[in-house]
Structure formats: structure tokens, C-alpha cells
Design a protein around this ligand. Structure first.
Ligand code: PLV
Length: 334
């Protein structure tokens, strides 16, 4: 794939090479070897730093005076982290109400100005676009730019480095489709375009699933899921194009399944991730991978399946408890 950056990068990226580890517990549940790509240990708490860090570095080279980013939380933290490293001021626009205090505090600690606007991310995004018309201000989309996909593609290069041979599938969560577009770019780059992608969403953020079914972009009337970080009412045009270049198996889970997956992952791997990430983990815990395997839709039976633990900062133990109560699964035994 053609590089979107202006020149060969000599600068150090802001993201880290993350561990890829086989999970005994998840492999047992899935009935196949599951390897976890731990993006939750990135410096800004999610995979977002790969693409957004790369984008912000390129914008700094082009003389940007302020970075503006609308976000469900994680892209904002990645942008604020990058801005701090680059010595550029940042304004992060988050939707009102749904934004957790710990995310706002983290953003402020990174030196960013925080604005709360709109009910859902799409409305915060309009505000950010309006702010970015000011001279020298640059809008940082959380998912919709070739540089972001180019940055996210580094994740697949790391998989190639660690695994050597192609996995049976890559499981990821879809919000606006930036991670998906980056993984597709990476698969094409390393010659793994035949590896199926299991694209997970929750019902109520399922704009990618709806678009695939309709064969065109679909705008959801509202975001009704608790996985707010997946809450783009419409996916990027590129996300839909990806389905022409790779095999994408789109699956939708209920909020309860995503939140249960967060709880089970905490018990199995002792790591706490947000419901957006629970959506991908539900591919294992809700038996989706087993079903796809039985249907013969995963290539290379027996090859490890990689689940991207995309991470997320919108969670703590109290929030998990509250989500379980809200969804009526607080008393469930494991
Ligand atoms: N979150 C974006 C968009 O929110 C944000 O502003 O942070 N997993 C996690 C933990 C995420 O935070 C996101 C995106 C995704 C998955 C989905 O990534 P995407 O948008 O590239 O498909 C509204």
C-alpha cells in the first residue's frame, strides 16, 4: 500500500511494541489457541496511539499550532499524549454525560483543554471540526485518515514478527473502522490478505454491520450501547471498502455479553478493559469463534487466532460493578 506520510520517518514512534501472549484460559474456552495482542499496555491505554501518534507527528512537521480531537475518550488521550510529547497545545472534545471523570482528569493532567459537547461522539465531532477551521488548528479524527491507518498497520507488522506464519483469524472491535482499516492495510502489506478478520460490535453501535448488510454506509439513529467508544453513528467510507479487500466476518453482541466478557477477562487474565474491548473478547466468551470454526469460516484450522485487546481508559472497578447492575448481570456466577 502506498505510504500516506510525506517522507521516510526517522522519528521514534510514540507507541510501543506490545506483547503477544498465548492465553491458556481463553484458549480453553474457545477450543483453539488464542493469542492476545495486549494493546491495553500502550502508554495512552489503547491501540489508538499507533495511528494517532503517527498522524500528530506528521501534523507537527507541517507546522500545526493546536491539535483538536473529538473522542469517546481513548483517541483523545492518545492525541493529548502526542501533543504533550510534541510540545503542541491540544483541545479534546468529549460528549457530555458519557465521559468519565477519570478520563477528563487524565486529559487535564496531560495538559489538554477539555470541552464537553453534544450527546454522542458524532455531535462532539461537529464541534471539533468547527474549532479546527481556526488558523493553524488541526483536526485529529479518531479513526478516519490514511495516516491513522498507516500507524495502526504497525500492529500487523509486529504480529508477523512474532508469529512468522499467518494466524487463523484476527479479532478486533469496530467503532468508526480505523483499527479495521489499519489491520487491513497491515495484512495487505505483509501478504496476509487471506486471513479473515472477525469484526466485533455491540448492538447499538453496530454501524459497520448495518453498512455491510445494506452494501452502503448506514447512519444509526442513536448510540444505545454502553460501549460508547464504539459509538460512531456512521463508519468511515474506508471501513466498507475494506470488505472488498479482505474477508471480514461481522458479528454483533449484546451489551451484556461485552460486559460479561470484561468481567471474565478480569478474572482470567487479571486485567480490566472497557466494554468496547469486551466486544472483541466476547468473540471467545460468547462462543462466536467456536461457531465460525465449526462453519469452516476460519482459515487454517488449528492456527492461533489473535484477539486484539484494544484496551480502553473508560473503566474502573466501580464502573464495572455499575454496568453489571444496570444490565442485570451483577449476581451471575462465573
Ligand atoms: N474509540 C474512539 C472513537 O469513539 C475514541 O474516540 O476513542 N476499542 C477502543 C477501546 C476504542 O476506544 C475504539 C475507538 C475502538 C475500539 C474502535 O476503533 P475504531 O474507531 O478505529 O474502529 C467514538
Amino acid at each position: 500500500m502506498e505510504r500516506a506520510s510525506e517522507e521516510c520517518d526517522t522519528v521514534e514512534p510514540f507507541h510501543r511494541v506490545t506483547p503477544l501472549l498465548e492465553s491458556w484460559a481463553l484458549s480453553r474456552v474457545a477450543g483453539m489457541p488464542i493469542f492476545l495482542k495486549y494493546e491495553n499496555v500502550q502508554p495512552a491505554g489503547s491501540f489508538k496511539i499507533r495511528g494517532i501518534g503517527h498522524y500528530c507527528q506528521q501534523m507537527a512537521k507541517r507546522g500545526c499550532k493546536r491539535l483538536v480531537c473529538s473522542s469517546g475518550g481513548n483517541a483523545g488521550i492518545a492525541a493529548a499524549y502526542s501533543a504533550q510529547k510534541l510540545g503542541i497545545p491540544a483541545t479534546i472534545v468529549l460528549p457530555e454525560n458519557t465521559s468519565s471523570l477519570q478520563v477528563v482528569r487524565r486529559l487535564e493532567a496531560l495538559g489538554a483543554e477539555v470541552q464537553l459537547f453534544g450527546k454522542v461522539w458524532d455531535e462532539a465531532n461537529m464541534k471539533a471540526q468547527e474549532l479546527a477551521t481556526r488558523d493553524g488548528w488541526v483536526n485529529v479524527s479518531p479513526f478516519d485518515h490514511p495516516l491513522i491507518w498507516e500507524g495502526h498497520a504497525s500492529l500487523v507488522r509486529e504480529l508477523k514478527e512474532s508469529l512468522g506464519t499467518p494466524p487463523g483469524a484476527v479479532v478486533l472491535a469496530v467503532g468508526g473502522g480505523g483499527l479495521l482499516a489499519g489491520v487491513v492495510a497491515g495484512l495487505l502489506e505483509v501478504g496476509w490478505q487471506h486471513v479473515p478478520i472477525v469484526a466485533m460490535e455491540t448492538r447499538g453501535t453496530h454501524s459497520f454491520n448495518a453498512a455491510l448488510q445494506a452494501g452502503r454506509l448506514v447512519t444509526l439513529p442513536d448510540i444505545t450501547s454502553v460501549a460508547k467508544s464504539l459509538g460512531a453513528k456512521t463508519v468511515a467510507v474506508r471501513a466498507l471498502e475494506c470488505a472488498k479487500q479482505c474477508e471480514i466476518l461481522s458479528e454483533v453482541v449484546e451489551d451484556r455479553e461485552a460486559v460479561r466478557a470484561v468481567q471474565r477477562f478480569l478474572d482470567d487474565e487479571r486485567m480490566l478493559v472497557e466494554p468496547a474491548c469486551g466486544a472483541s473478547l466476547a468473540a471467545v466468551y460468547s462462543g462466536i469463534l467456536r461457531r465460525l470454526q465449526d462453519e469452516g469460516r476460519l482459515s487454517l484450522a488449528g492456527a492461533p487466532v489473535v484477539v486484539i485487546v484494544c484496551g480502553g481508559n473508560n473503566i474502573n472497578s466501580q464502573q464495572l460493578q455499575d454496568l453489571k447492575t444496570q444490565l442485570g448481570c451483577a449476581e451471575e456466577s462465573q
